[in-house]
Design a binder for this molecule. Sequence first.
Ligand SMILES: [Zn+2]
Ligand SMILES: [Zn+2]
Length: 401
Amino acid sequence: MTGSVPAPAGVDVPEALVDAMRSWRRDFHRHPELGFAVDATAAKVAGLLQDFGVDDVHTGIGGTGVVGVIRRGDAGSTPSIGLRADMDALPISEANTFDHRSQVDGRFHGCGHDGHTAMLLGAAQLLASDHHFAGTVVLIFQPNEENGRGAQAMIADGLFKRFPVDAVFGLHNMPGLAVGHFETRVGSMMSSEDLFEIVIRGRGGHASMPEHHIDPVIVAAQIINGLQTIVSRSVPSSEIAVVSVTEVLTDGARNIVPSTVTIRGDCRSFTEATRATIERRMGEIAAGVAAAHGAQAEVSYTSEFVPLVNTEAESAAAVAAARAVVGADRVNPACALWAASEDFARMLAEVPGCYINLGNGVDGPCGKSLHNPNYDFNDDAAALGVAYWVQLVHDLLPIAS
Ligand SMILES: [Zn+2]
Ligand SMILES: [Zn+2]
């Protein structure tokens, strides 16, 4: 499944730890939990952190988030970094039939958060007995990444006030990228996700007498067409954005012109300015088209995920650490923009940092796209993820010579 995997250089990841991570990961995979309700996963994480001898373990942060703290040296005068993993699964049924498949119908670790949690636990175990750094490592295990709610819940619960960090780092597995490879980029890397709903109110009635009605279906059709001009005419040609109408609902019937049509959809963009342009133009188009037909349109527009933006110095540190692990030619420091969204972006909106992708392989379940019912995290990549975390700690929290 993996081809040739380079041995992590610099950081020794013992075979026993690789075996332990596989076993933790497959246990999480068999027992997936959703959203904030990751109680058993969080309890297992907290118990393992305590077993490893991590200095402090805090539970219940932002609901079910867990934070482990490892201190070396004087906390007042040494730097501090946060390493973040996510613990939640997806509300879909797994199609795989292997031994460690989900034991819960309708729940599945289809994004590899089981692997992310296992890798950060692996790093915690190594760092708990590691004295080759000076500073504070804050291990952040967040709930509810998939709905874009867990990071903000932990931040609102004082994550960065109680556990201040100079920088924060995230890691995600990437199917389609060969094992032994990393990729990231400086600046915008992943998109925002906004949801919208436009309720169009007209005046319904008998389908045979349209002259007496204000048909909201016609208004909806013109608004949907109008929305296509936001990306093509209003967003700068140097920017990337998506506006998708995904649902159209009416309260009519085959022989009844409806009174109300509801349009729903999803927008993506990579900068706050483009996000704001989409929201503004959507409001103008909906109101203007509705007014032209004597109808009313109400727009609600909500931000689910913010754009993920990596800062320059921390991206350089992430690339250097990944290169130390797999070699310079296996780290892409300028990967393509990715129009998916990631809750870690909320942490990057508070603290400098970098998010990096780790190759999950190209074949079999590990090469299937994230959220595919046949996907699986690649246990053969876990040692590289752990080596990256530990390398990053050694690089950013050096012992003064
Ligand atoms: Zn996901
Ligand atoms: Zn994910």
